[in-house]
Design a protein around this ligand. Sequence first.
Ligand code: NAP
Length: 556
Amino acid sequence: MTKEAKTHYEVIVVGAGVAGIYQIKRLVDLGIDATVLESAPDLGGTWYWNRYPGCRFDSESYTYGFSFSRELLDEWHWKERFSSQPENLRYLNFVADKFDLRKHMQFNCKVEAMQFDETRDLWRVKTGDGRELTARFVVLGIGLLSAPTMPRIEGVDTFKGRSFHTFYWPHEPVDLVGKKVAIIGTGATAIQIIPEIAGKVADLTIFQRRPNWSAPLNNSLISKEEMADIRSRYDEIFAACLLTPGAFVHGPDKRGFYEVSREERVKFWDKLYDEPGFGIWLANFREIFTDEVANAEFSEYIADRIRRRVKDPRVAEKLIPKDHGFGVQRVPLETHYFEAYNRDNVHLVDLKETPIERITEKGLRTTGRDYEFDVIIYATGFDAITGAYDRIDIKGIGGETLYRKWKDAPQTFLGMLVHGFPNLLMPTGPQSASASTNFPRGIENGVNWCTDLMRYAWDRGYTRADATREAEERWTAHVVKMYEMMLMRKAKSWFTGYNSNVAGHEEGTIRYFVYNGGTPKFVGIVNEVAAKGYQEIAFSSGARAGQDATRSRVTA
Ligand code: NAP
C-alpha cells in the first residue's frame, strides 16, 4: 500500500522539522506504525522556509545538533561556530537520509483539522488534499516561530515590485544588486539581513518601529582539529547544556551583581562582548533578568557600545531601545549590524516619528513622504508559540476547540498535554521549557518524554491519556509564577504574546507563553511525573471500536 493510500497509523507526527525528524526516528526504532505529515514540499521546518540572506542560528552549532547518535556526531562536521541556513538544512537532510526517515514522511500534506473521536479514542486528521487519516496519538512538531505575520497595513497587495515576508524568501536567488530595497522591522531576522545586503543593494531603507538590543555574534570557522576536539567532548558539552537554564553552553555568572565593583563589572562585560554567542545575555549576572537597577546599568553599557559603533549620534540614539532593558526580549546577535548604518546607502526611518500610512504601487507612504522601491522585505515576525496551533482547527472532547480554549492564553500540563485533548502531544509546546531554550536540546527532551508516555500507555493497553484539569491548572499557575520575578513580563515581545499584527495579541494582553524556570528545573519536574507513573494523567482503555493498539504498532 502506498503511504498516501494508508489511512490509519498508531502515531501521526505533524511537521518534519527538528522535532518531527527526531520523533519519527524514535517511533521507527520502536517499531511503531507512524507517519509524518508536512505541509512544505520537503523536510527541515524553520530551515526549509527561512532562506533569507544571513540566516543562521545563535546557538553554538555543536549544541544545536542532535545528540542521540554517536555515529551521527562522529560523521558531521560543523563548519562554523554558528551555522547558516543552507548548512543547517543540509544537516537535517543528512540525518533523515542516514536513518532512512524520508520514507516515513508525506510532503505537501497540510493538516487542516483534527477531531478527537471519543468513541474510538482516535484522532481524525483532515489534510489539505482531502484525505482523512486516523491515529491513536498525534504529536505536534509544528514549531514555535512558524506562523509568519504580515503587517496590517493597507495596500500590501498593490505594490508592483517584488515583496515577501522573510519566512517565504524565494527559493531561487533574489538579485538585489543595484536595487532600491525597503525592509520593515528590526527584529532578529532583519538584524541578520541588513548587514548581509547593505553592501550589495543600491539603496536600503529600514523602517523601524522599536529598536532591539543586540550584541555581536562573533562567529568563526571550525577547523578539522577543533571539530575533532569538540567530538571528543560531546558528552561533556551536552551534559553542560542541560545544567544551564537556557540549555546553552552559557550559564549565569555565579557572583551577585552587587558583590562585584562597577569596575569589575565593566571588565567582565568587555570580555563577554568580545566572546562568541549568547554569553553576553546568558552568562551575565542573574540580576540582569530580575533587577531594574542592574538591568539599567547593563543596558547603558550596551547603549554606549552602540554609540561607539554608529557614527551619526542621531542614528545611534534611534537604534538604542528606550522602552525596555537589555535581555528582557529575545536578544538577536549580530554581525556588523550597527556598522551597516554608517554606509551612505543605508537610511533609517523612525516609524514613531512618521508611521507608515500605506503600501503603494511604487513603494510606501509614511506620514512624512512617499518612497519608491524595487523590493519590499517584510521582516515582521511571527504569531509566535500558539500561532501554528491556532491555524489548525483542533477539536477535543465535546467538540471544544483548542483555539477557543487558548484564546486568552495557553493552558497546558508541562507544555506537552492539554486537558480535554487526549492523546495529543506537544514535545515543544507553549509553556514548556523547550519554548524558550536552545530548541533542539528542549526538543530531544520533549520528544523522549512524549515517547515514554506513549510507551507507558501501549504497555498497559490504554487507549486514552488525558491530563487532568487540576494538573493543567497547577502547571499553568506555576508558569505564571515563574514570570513574576522576570523583567521580561513588562516587555512587548513574543515571550509575553505581543504581536501588533494578530487580533487580540496587541498591547495590554500578557500571554504566559514560555516556562521561565529553566531547563534543569523543567527536566526535574517532567522526569518526576514520569517516574511516579504519570499521576496527573487520566488513562483509560475504553475505546469501543478502536484499532488494537498492540497490533497497529508494527510498522507497515
Ligand atoms: P520579531 O523579533 O518579532 O521582529 C519583528 C519586527 O517587525 C519588529 O521590529 C516589529 O516591531 C516589526 N513590525 C511588526 N509589525 C510591524 C508593522 N506593522 N509596522 C512596522 N514594523 C512592524 O520577528 P523576527 O525578527 O522574525 O524574529 C522572531 C524570532 O525568531 C526571534 O525572536 C528569534 O527567536 C527567532 N529568530 C532567530 C534567529 C537566530 O537564531 N539568529 C534569527 C531570526 C529569528 P515592534 O518591535 O515594534 O513590534
